[in-house]
Write a protein that binds this ligand. Structure first.
Ligand code: SIN
Length: 471
């Protein structure tokens, strides 16, 4: 692999990575994008519902902030929320200008007080946005992409990140941006592609960066039973109802996601009734449901919760800077605090656009690497044999689902905290420390919110968990 340093190295090819790469390239930077799989393996490609953004006539950034904070259960970092909701509309308009064929009407989703979700074909938004950004990246002569290239570790020297080690050698860059998605595929039941097992968190921790909020795994309530096909919240926004085994409704379908997920989990499963909604509006999703053997026109569809979105991650400031100089993180792998204890629906693609761009702009200001900082080839030769790509065997994923699932108990978490997998273990440690129930984190032994725990648990190398207030 070439030892030529890039200006910006982006690890990940989802919405955050593509936004960061395109932003950096537009400003004249040379960019390399690396991904261990192939571009469509990222969670962004599979995102359905859409992109929240206050662009409707009856909407404001302030209202979007109120909804985001209400869903986040007293834990959203207010400065991050302000950035998200204030810069969001411009990012959505840029996508419109770029040619994303958004539906004419804004969608409604759980926890939103206004219709503010821009979608494509009802629920094919992630694919439409990410594939368009990807085409632009391919067309850019400043952006190179290498797929099927795992990143084994970060290269950090003198407190500064110099790049990454891959099985083929090392890659150096003035700035490195992690945009590697979340960890939900560590849970047996998940909506995420199999590679989403928290590699950014594992690597960042190993390199000495802080991680936070790892107890907060968001479970999506309505995932087709026996599969990872998500049945978008937008369906409920359009009037789909949830029925129990007796055909009775049992929950407000548009309550925040954590409440709906637990209400279904308590029953084991539920049925999503799509018979009375405008199904052609969700054309491609209806086709997927039919391919799975169900007829949404005649039968309610069996659903249950699955791990969906990792709220925690590598601690960053509002421009993606981590604790390690020249190392940035953006999108799902970052912990900005913007989602608090429960992410509002469709705020995640927005987060990728807003914070991916911010990270790239900040990365462009990094001072060039000193000439002495190019141990690339030698470093790889020394370091690589000790490193291996992480995998998540079925046994581990079953254990994480059982012991750190929708409902958690301290005994299970204590056992999981001894897992040899660093991400599974850290999730359990955080979940043990948060001896309360808040947002997506539910402890059966402590079912109420405890105001004393209002704050973000942060883990820094060599220290125990510390509860911090983020403003
Ligand atoms: C959905 O369409 O329900 C998922 C969107 C999201 O996770 O925000």
């Amino acid at each position: 692999m070439s030892t030529k340093p890039y200006d910006v190295l982006v690890v990940g090819t989802g919405a955050a990575g593509l936004t960061a790469a395109l932003t950096a390239a537009e400003h004249g930077a040379s960019v390399l994008m690396l991904t261990k799989g192939h571009a469509p393996d990222s969670s962004s490609w599979h995102a359905q519902g859409g992109i929240a953004g206050a662009i409707g006539d009856d909407d404001t950034a302030e209202l979007h902030a109120v909804d985001t904070e209400r869903a986040g259960r007293e834990l959203c970092r207010q400065s991050a929320v302000r950035v998200l909701v204030e810069e969001g509309p411009e990012r959505v308009r840029e996508l419109i200008a770029l040619g994303v064929p958004f539906d004419p009407e804004l969608n409604l989703e759980g926890g939103h007080s206004r219709r503010r979700v821009s979608s494509v074909d009802g629920a094919a938004t992630g694919w439409a946005v990410t594939s368009l950004l990807s085409r632009h990246a391919v067309a850019s002569e400043r952006i190179a992409t290498r797929e099927a290239t795992a990143v084994l570790s970060l290269i950090v020297s003198g407190g500064r990140c110099l790049g990454v080690v891959t099985p083929e050698g090392s890659v150096t860059a003035t700035a490195t941006i992690l945009a590697m998605g979340g960890a939900a595929a560590l849970w047996a039941r998940t909506t995420n592609p199999p590679g989403q097992i928290g590699d950014a968190v594992a690597m960042a921790m190993a390199a000495g960066a802080a991680v936070a909020d790892m107890e907060f795994m968001q479970f999506h309530p309505t995932v087709l039973e026996g599969s990872r096909l998500l049945l978008s919240e937008a369906l409920r926004g359009a009037g789909a109802t949830l029925l129990d085994d007796n055909g009775e409704r049992f929950v407000d379908e548009l309550a925040p996601r954590d409440e709906v997920a637990r209400a279904i989990f308590r029953r084991g499963h539920a049925f999503l009734d799509l018979r009375s909604i405008d199904r052609p509006h969700f054309g491609s999703l209806m086709v997927e449901i039919e391919k799975s053997g169900f007829d949404p026109a005649t039968q309610p569809i069996p659903v249950s919760p699955a791990a969906h979105y990792t709220i925690g991650g590598v601690v960053t400031d509002l421009v993606g800077r981590t604790d390690i100089a020249a190392l940035y993180a953006a999108g799902e792998c970052a912990a900005t605090g913007v989602h608090g204890a429960n992410r509002l629906a469709s705020n995640s693609l927005l987060e990728c656009l807003v914070f991916g761009r911010r990270a790239a702009l900040a990365a462009l200001d990094e001072a060039p690497l000193p000439a002495a900082a190019f141990p690339a080839r030698e470093f790889a030769a020394e370091a690589a044999p000790a490193l291996q790509e992480r995998v998540a065997p079925a046994q581990l994923r079953d254990q994480v689902w059982r012991q750190a699932g929708v409902v958690r108990d301290p005994a299970g978490l204590a056992e999981l905290a001894n897992s040899p997998d660093p991400v599974a273990a850290v999730v359990a440690r955080f979940a043990l420390a948060r001896a309360e129930s808040r947002g997506v984190h539910y402890r059966i032994d402590a079912p109420k919110l405890n105001p004393v725990l209002e704050g973000h648990f942060v883990l820094r190398p060599g220290q125990g968990l510390i509860l911090e207030q983020w403003t």
